[in-house]
Design a protein around this ligand. Structure first.
Ligand code: NAD
Length: 429
């Protein structure tokens, strides 16, 4: 195991599954397969820059609270740092570091000229007012002002953040530097230079990868039973697009639990219901309420974890019945569970491929912004489709050539490209 001595660590509890150690394990497996030099592996194992800032915020009741905000820049070997901002109570520096590393491999796998980064604040956004969230976001951005920028590090939405937070970040950055800089973030509202198609891009990318994997098995999406954990930006869009394409989405869930109907859910009606009921799905007509634990083990063809890390573990993997799992979330399967699934021959479509649609359209948004052009949604979706299918084909090909599972194939492509660029650029000084 590569030492992580340059990273400040949180205390680990016995049951704690460290996302950064897991990310390093996948990197090490890829490095072994590629026969990478030990020194190169050392470089790729360490984030280039780790920033933690204090965010003092005045709450609506007058109380002052100080939050910790992280930004981890893993690698800029291929281009500016790129990665989302997460607001979730489980955010830790180790998690953000793992997610930053995944972004590096994801961008390289998709062939887009970015490095990897991630940011986050350990808050439950539901416990804060809109005004408080705006003050938190603006202060966090302001503290990071020297570390972000359109050719340096470009944040985007992730769990708990959306176009709204990106507009606040863009505005705060612009006010601080004295002129409008739309390119400092992606996933912005259309009114300030966002791209058509960005909101559903991650879910659309997942749908494309699932469709391709089914096609390789001689199947189509028509009538395929799909279960989705998480009904937010990614899970909600994937559900909608899969439903539109003829798949039967039989169960979805949020933090408060899920709903199940073996005949398939009416996804547009469920979305409207969730919007009216503060994301609570329970009691949606003609469905049975289920727990998140039950949801993962339902009989289905395709399982799409689209919420948090470490959802499929040693404990529940033996009950998972899906033959295809598409990782719309980052790191939803633990290392051990992944081994079990691979041994069972389950097709695991890895996160760095299955959820790459978001960063692809972020890239397209950035390109449109830099060239002062705006494309119609059809063009954006066409470019997304083309990059996703190309990456999928390359992963399949790599898997066949190297005789390795899809995750290792995807990692060898992503890691291999970064290592090649590192070798070509050379080590400074
Ligand atoms: P989101 O905040 O929009 O939605 C998250 C959803 O997961 C919500 O429905 C929430 O209720 C649910 N959820 C949270 N904790 C849960 C739990 N313990 N059990 C069940 N459901 C739970 O977030 P998102 O943007 O959709 O992100 C989801 C995942 O996708 C994250 O892993 C994120 O890193 C990944 N991802 C997001 C993007 C993007 O463009 N937003 C891109 C790539 C990857």
């Amino acid at each position: 195991m590569i030492a992580t001595h340059t990273m400040p660590l949180e205390a680990a509890t016995p049951a704690y599954i460290c996302p950064f150690d897991q990310a390093c394990s996948y990197l090490e497996a890829a490095a072994k397969e590629l026969r990478l030099d030990q020194g190169v592996l050392e470089i790729l194992s360490h984030p280039r820059k780790v920033v933690t800032v204090a965010i003092p915020v005045k709450l609506d009741n007058g109380e002052i609270r100080v939050l910790a905000g992280h930004r981890v820049q893993h690698s800029d070997i291929l281009g500016p740092y790129k990665g989302g901002i997460r607001y979730h109570p489980a955010v830790t520096l180790r998690e953000v570091s793992a997610l930053a590393m995944l972004m590096t491999w994801k961008c390289a796998l998709l062939g887009i000229p970015y490095g990897g980064a991630k940011g986050g604040i350990a808050i439950d956004p539901q416990h804060y007012s809109v005004g408080e969230l705006e003050r938190i976001t603006r202060r966090y951005t302001s503290e990071l002002i020297k570390d972000i920028g359109p050719s340096l590090d470009i944040p985007a939405p992730d769990m708990g953040t959306s176009a709204r937070e990106m507009a606040w970040m863009m505005d705060t950055y612009s006010v601080n530097v004295g002129h409008a800089v739309p390119g400092v973030v992606t996933g912005k509202p259309l009114s300030v230079g966002g791209s058509l198609g960005r909101e559903k891009a991650t879910g659309r990318g997942t749908m494309i990868i699932v469709r391709e994997a089914l096609a390789d098995q001689g199947k189509t999406l028509e009538g395929i039973r799909v279960v989705i954990q998480g009904f937010g930006n990614v899970g909600g869009a994937a559900a909608e697009l899969l439903h539109q394409a003829g798949a039967k989405v039989i169960a979805v869930s949020t933090t408060t639990g899920g709903v199940y109907s073996p005949d398939g859910l009416d996804i547009p009606a469920l979305k409207a219901y969730a919007a009216k009921n503060h994301h609570n799905l329970i009691d949606f007509p003609h469905t049975r309420a289920i727990t998140n634990a039950e949801l993962l083990t339902l009989p289905c063809d395709v399982l799409i974890p689209a919420a948090l890390e470490n959802q499929i573990t040693e404990e529940n993997v033996h009950q998972v019945q899906a033959q295809i799992i598409a990782e719309a979330a980052n790191g939803p399967i633990t290392l051990e569970a992944n081994r079990v699934l691979e041994a069972r021959g389950v097709t695991v479509l890895p996160d760095i491929l299955a959820n790459a649609g978001g960063v692809v359209v972020s890239y397209l948004e950035w390109v449109q912004g830099l060239s002062y052009l705006f494309w119609d949604e059809e063009r954006v979706n066409r470019e997304l489709e083309s990059l996703m299918v190309q990456a999928y084909r390359q992963v399949i090909q790599q898997s066949k050539v190297r005789q390795v599972p899809l995750r290792l194939a995807a990692y060898t492509l992503g890691v291999g490209r970064v290592a090649q660029a590192l070798n070509d650029r050379g080590l400074y000084p």
